[in-house]
Design a protein around this ligand. Structure first.
Ligand code: NAD
Length: 489
């Protein structure tokens, strides 16, 4: 697959509408599917961030005063460009992240859906107006914040930037995007395409780097708001540091999602959903099933899950994990659980794909008789692994789910409406699935977890994003002298 962006083996920062060489040291970006070198990416710092903020500030005056119905036209054109180039975009996601082409295509389709939502913003953002006393009106308008930042993780190189870029920009902000240093390629193509769609220079800027750049973003006085998506450890750092410099911040963190499987669950549907949830995107989704709580006699369903897992073949319908380190970490969790007494029913360790021996593959893994005290039961594994724990009843299952510090998603598989409703009420998670393994709320519903899976008020997508990316201006208006005065007018 051809893509001009892959020809340059050097990722550049994108400032004021131009790709700029960076004087900073670089690190390598490897293709997870075969370990080959794709590009180098600069580890930029505060100076380059300053240039990006200066460019965004300069663009803000004109962009923020462009009527929203004009701003949105650029995103209509951009959506069409994504649709036209979906194969290339999916290939870039596949090559830098390691997920399959089908999964990468679905990721870009989700970016298109997010952009469609942003295109509906003029309808959603209309202000409110009310005659509060005779001849006196109050109105509310949503105004952009200024320069804002979006910091992204490695697992959705195209979609996560679209959680923030379309909404924040349509709402009149200018943005600094900091992609994951492990997958910086798709972001540069996003910038190219937005420029082609007519986005003015400076409205979107991209800076590359890691810890140093993220800290500089949190501290920069010219940035008004920070959106972060990544691990809980870093989400806590970013949330505290951004708030400390008086910015608004929403920081989405990691996850440990529980699927509760009841004995009355539809066996085939449950098995295929559980397996797809734990293995999709090689288990590197913050919505992936990672822990299954088997309630009572469900061995027949576990047997079917194993059958389904054996049909998943790395390099064919299962992608690679992001790095050699990630592969080693995932395999270590499995081995430690096995040593502690868990039973590995399907084993994905030490997997080699023929012809891609240097790729970072882990096969699907089903591991039973995990106990809640094991690391594999409590921590985010982020690989194609399902850890099965046993519970005698629903309340025992809920106690396991509730004890997790995370709270992104939880699902129940049952044919009983009463049980499903009970779990919906009692599970401590922001996104609940009833017979659905990956309960991502589609637009216009917003995405966001609870507990240590998200810090900050509101969610980052859907209508919640309006609150995050704007501030309300309240205007009281009186034109005629005969208007009835009240205590404040
Ligand atoms: P990560 O936390 O390692 O990195 C995320 C971003 O933070 C990257 O841009 C990285 O450069 C930066 N970063 C890394 N270490 C840092 C540090 N010490 N200080 C400051 N910045 C730092 O996350 P990742 O490995 O790229 O992504 C996987 C994680 O993201 C998983 O935990 C997954 O659950 C989570 N995630 C959560 C959601 C959600 O919606 N809750 C969505 C996608 C991914």
């Amino acid at each position: 697959m051809e893509s001009s962006i892959l020809k340059s083996k050097q990722i550049k920062n994108y400032i004021n509408g131009a790709f700029i060489d960076s004087p900073s040291a670089t690190i390598n970006v490897l293709a997870p599917v075969d370990g080959s070198l794709l590009a180098t990416v600069p580890m930029s710092g505060a100076n380059e961030l300053n240039n990006a903020v200066t460019s965004a500030k300069a663009a803000f005056e004109s962009w923020s005063t462009t009527p929203i119905k004009e701003r949105v036209q650029i995103f209509f054109r951009y959506k069409t460009l994504m649709e036209k180039n979906i194969k290339e975009l999916a290939y870039l996601v596949h090559i830098e992240n390691g997920k399959t082409i089908d999964e990468a295509t679905a990721e870009v389709e989700k970016s298109i859906e997010l952009t469609e939502f942003a295109c509906s913003m003029p309808q959603l953002i209309q202000g409110r107006i009310l005659e509060v006393s005779r001849g006196v009106e109050c109105r509310i308008d949503h105004k952009p914040l200024g320069v804002v930042a979006s910091i992204a993780p490695f697992n959705f190189p195209h979609m996560v930037p679209h959680w923030t870029i379309p909404n924040a920009l349509v709402l009149g902000n200018c943005m600094i995007l900091k992609p994951s240093e492990q997958v910086p390629i798709s972001s540069n193509r996003i910038a190219e395409m937005l420029k082609e769609a007519g986005l003015p220079d400076g409205v979107l800027n991209i800076v590359n780097g890691d810890k140093e750049m993220v800290e500089a973003i949190c501290d920069h006085p010219g940035i008004e708001a920070v959106s972060f998506v990544g691990s809980t450890t870093v989400a806590k750092i970013v949330y505290k540091r951004s708030c400390n410099s008086l910015k608004r911040c929403v920081a989405l963190g990691g996850a440990k999602n529980h699927l509760i499987v009841m004995p009355d669950a539809h066996a085939d549907m449950t098995a295929s959903n559980v397996t797809a949830s734990m293995s999709g995107c090689a288990g590197q989704r913050c919505m992936a099933a990672s822990a299954m709580v088997a309630v009572g006699p469900v061995d027949h369903i576990i047997a079917k899950i194993c059958d389904e897992a054996r049909k998943i073949i790395p390099g064919q319908n299962l992608g690679a994990v992001i790095s050699a380190q990630a592969k080693a970490r995932i395999e270590r969790y499995i081995t430690e659980a096995e040593k502690a007494g868990a039973k590995v029913l399907v084993d994905g360790r030490n997997y080699k794909v023929e012809g891609k021996e240097n790729g970072f593959y882990v096969g699907p893994t089903v591991i039973d008789f995990v106990t809640p005290d094991m690391a594999i039961a409590k921590e985010e594994v982020f690989g194609p692994v399902i850890a099965i724990m046993r519970a005698a009843n629903v309340d025992e299952a809920l106690a396991i789910e509730n004890s997790s510090p995370y709270g992104n998603a939880a699902s129940v598989f049952t044919q009983s409406g009463g049980v499903a409703r009970y779990i919906m009420e009692k599970a401590s998670a922001g996104m609940i699935g009833i017979n659905i393994g990956v309960p991502v709320p589609r637009e216009p519903f917003s995405f966001g977890g609870w507990n240590e899976s998200k810090f900050g008020v509101g969610d980052i997508t859907g209508e919640s994003s309006i609150q995050f990316w704007t501030q309300m201006k309240k205007t009281s208006i009186k034109w005629n002298a005969e208007a009835k005065t009240n205590w404040m007018s």
